[in-house]
Ligand binder design. Sequence first.
Ligand SMILES: *[C@@H]1O[C@H](CO)[C@@H](O)[C@H](O)[C@H]1NC(C)=O
Ligand SMILES: *[C@@H]1O[C@H](CO)[C@@H](O)[C@H](O)[C@H]1NC(C)=O
Ligand SMILES: *[C@@H]1O[C@H](CO)[C@@H](O)[C@H](O)[C@H]1NC(C)=O
Ligand SMILES: *[C@@H]1O[C@H](CO)[C@@H](O)[C@H](O)[C@H]1NC(C)=O
Ligand SMILES: *[C@@H]1O[C@H](CO)[C@@H](O)[C@H](O)[C@H]1NC(C)=O
Ligand SMILES: *[C@@H]1O[C@H](CO)[C@@H](O)[C@H](O)[C@H]1NC(C)=O
Length: 302
Amino acid sequence: MACRVFPLPSRSAISMTPLVLLLLLSALCEQPVSGYKPIIIVHGLFDSPAEFKMLLHFINQTHPGTNVTVVDLFDRSESLQPLWKQVQGFSEAVYPIMQNAANGVHLLCYSQGGLICRGLLETMPDHNVDTFISLSSPQMGQYGDTDYLSRLFPQYVKSNLYRFCYKHMGQTFSICNYWNDPHHHDLYLNRSEYLALLNSESNCPNATNWKKNFLRIRRMVLIGGPDDGVITPWQSSQFGFYNQNETVMDMHEQEVYLQDAFGLKTLDSRRAITRYTVPGVPHTNWHSNQTVYETCIEKWLT
Ligand SMILES: *[C@@H]1O[C@H](CO)[C@@H](O)[C@H](O)[C@H]1NC(C)=O
Ligand SMILES: *[C@@H]1O[C@H](CO)[C@@H](O)[C@H](O)[C@H]1NC(C)=O
Ligand SMILES: *[C@@H]1O[C@H](CO)[C@@H](O)[C@H](O)[C@H]1NC(C)=O
Ligand SMILES: *[C@@H]1O[C@H](CO)[C@@H](O)[C@H](O)[C@H]1NC(C)=O
Ligand SMILES: *[C@@H]1O[C@H](CO)[C@@H](O)[C@H](O)[C@H]1NC(C)=O
Ligand SMILES: *[C@@H]1O[C@H](CO)[C@@H](O)[C@H](O)[C@H]1NC(C)=O
């Protein structure tokens, strides 16, 4: 397919929105209240900021005074909007927060939000994300039957969903943007308008820039586990995925890793990737589980 060139708004277009003006003005009047970097949180499919109450409480307890923003965009059913559109919206919202953060920000992204965040990291040339925390996100895509899918597309199961997802119409749903059917890999490469581009698996003129942008992060933290129940295979949360016979291959065996297609291998060679495998956590509990917070998240929020 022809690579879609994603037009970022010019900086002047960004600064003209009233919301941004308001954010900038209020930031000028604020004194920094703590030494911790601001945290930006991006929610997942069918979620909204309300889901993150516990996480905000944990952060307030261990890192009081941290400026945490849970971006209130594309909530609930709006989260089915195509991911490039969401990336555009989120980048406009996070840009002023980054501009106000001289020492950089941390990006904590849950589930589908982790793919939106990769879109931000690859397409924002001057982002200042220090640590990117990916909380049970299908980074290599999804291939599994879930309650979400059977509710949305009752006439499909995982083995035939490609018929819907790998058409332009299908790609107008976020879920199809990262549907990765290992039995129809050619179609995925040809038709995926999001993940195949982010991964640089299909040709994209922006690949070199996107890799450079992505590699501005200092660290990537990948959290996931075998009892997740939604992300399939769960190893996708750590850049593992099925091969053509549905055997899960580790991140280090993925073609995109070996080719260093979008910077994963470079990041790994910098020892900048931390992977956590946590059993006993169902998908909807990742952000509310105190043990997960204390074990995998807390120490990175400096
Ligand atoms: C953070 O904790 C303090 C002290 O427990 C409390 O007074 C404050 O309301 C909390 N702030 C938030 C945003 O939860
Ligand atoms: C938190 O950051 C946002 C965006 O930079 C800013 O508008 C807001 O005033 C900050 N809040 C505090 C309490 O510093
Ligand atoms: C993609 O590349 C085109 C042409 O080089 C450039 O104008 C555009 O800004 C790039 N977009 C992104 C999101 O990097
Ligand atoms: C990719 O899609 C184009 C048209 O969209 C088609 O001509 C081509 O045969 C497809 N290639 C594969 C490998 O499916
Ligand atoms: C599936 O793929 C793996 C890795 O390529 C291979 O070791 C295994 O033998 C294959 N299994 C079958 C049943 O083909
Ligand atoms: C919380 O996480 C721990 C592992 O860190 C797990 O054993 C426990 O079952 C989880 N609790 C819930 C309610 O998800």
